[in-house]
Design a protein around this ligand. Structure first.
Ligand SMILES: [Zn+2]
Ligand SMILES: [Zn+2]
Length: 329
């Protein structure tokens, strides 16, 4: 056999299917620093040397608004697709348009992990009203550090939650106003390079300021981070009724722990009582993450990820053990 026969084949090459847009890898999936969907769209636009508006209106919108003329869409703003400005901050959440954006983006990039950049997996389980900030927020030290270490600059989903006001790593308050032009920055803007102001194009990173007292924020921030990190680890789509059953067994454990008088638990006792009534009336009612799920986990001495990941038996054993109740289910 000659060298040519050995290395050259006359058969046509089988090329794997190509994606329409770059198969850009989202940052931090599976950690509490998972990138937000809005940050991903902005980075994807940068990779294609397009404005975010052009990427959204030219490539994404035609696959969502199928009946509208493509050339007409190009002249319109992102608000035409995402609705009024109030709806934009929740685009990282679990609304219908979030699902549409994820579906189309996964189709265009041929990725299957973009839903983890949102809270879509928790639809029907976590209450999403008032969950997100109205504007972008960032830790200037994180941005400055990533830039100094030549790491990818992105905005974690964690920063977009209303109850995340500080960075636990740098003990700094998250910033919501551009230090150069004092503008509050929308989650989506026409041109929104990650790490820069969408209005004056100033760099948003900065050196450490005076340390903030972060301990009062720690429980909520770690709880939210835990929910974000655990999302891709769920082997199946979470089922709301399972969360209800788990919360009910924790309620039972609390009742046992304080001799059936849950008022001894203070605020949490009141919340548990409300939850008990609510779950009886509406089996699929979503729960408030910060006012209910996180404080319940803290009181039961379990992580949010344990509440969601452990099976019913393992979870109840753990809670009874933590509360020093000699009970088994
Ligand atoms: Zn930071
Ligand atoms: Zn600015």
């Amino acid at each position: 056999m000659s060298i040519y026969e050995e290395f050259w084949s006359s058969k046509p090459l089988k090329l794997p299917p190509r994606s329409r847009l770059f198969c850009l890898k989202p940052m931090g999936v599976g950690t509490c620093y998972t990138e937000s969907l809005s940050s991903y769209v902005n980075r994807l636009a940068q990779e294609h040397c397009l404005t975010s508006q052009k990427l959204i209106m030219a490539e994404i919108a035609p696959l969502i608004l199928k009946n509208e003329d493509k050339s007409d869409l190009l002249k319109k703003s992102v608000s035409h697709l995402l609705g009024n400005t109030d709806a934009k901050p929740v685009i990282n959440g679990m609304r219908e348009m979030t699902g549409e954006l994820v579906r189309v983006l996964e189709q265009l990039t041929m990725r299957q992990d973009l839903r983890f950049l949102t809270l879509l997996s928790w639809k029907g389980m976590i209450y999403d009203r008032q969950l997100f900030k109205n504007y972008r927020a960032w830790c200037p030290c994180c941005l400055e550090e990533w830039k100094g270490e030549k790491k990818v600059i992105y905005e974690p989903l964690l920063w977009s939650f209303k109850d995340v006001e500080v960075c636990l790593l740098h003990k700094q308050r998250l910033i919501e106003e551009c230090p150069h032009c004092n503008a509050r920055l929308p989650v989506f803007a026409r041109l929104s390079p990650v790490g820069f102001c969408s209005r004056c194009r100033g760099w948003l990173g900065d050196k450490k300021e005076e340390m903030e007292e972060v301990e009062p924020h720690r429980v909520n921030i770690e709880g939210i981070g835990d929910l974000i990190a655990v999302t891709p680890k769920m082997a199946y789509k979470p089922i709301p009724i399972e969360l209800t059953r788990k919360l009910e067994v924790i309620l039972l454990a609390f009742e046992e722990a304080c001799g059936k008088d849950i008022t001894l638990l203070g605020d949490l006792g009141v919340i548990m009582e409300q939850m008990r009534i609510a779950t009886k009336q509406h089996q699929n009612k979503p729960y408030h993450l910060v006012k209910l799920v996180i404080p319940v986990c803290e009181k039961a001495n379990i992580r949010v990820s344990e509440l969601l990941l452990l099976n019913f038996k393992a979870l109840s054993d753990r809670v009874f053990e933590n509360l020093e109740l000699g009970m088994r289910l």
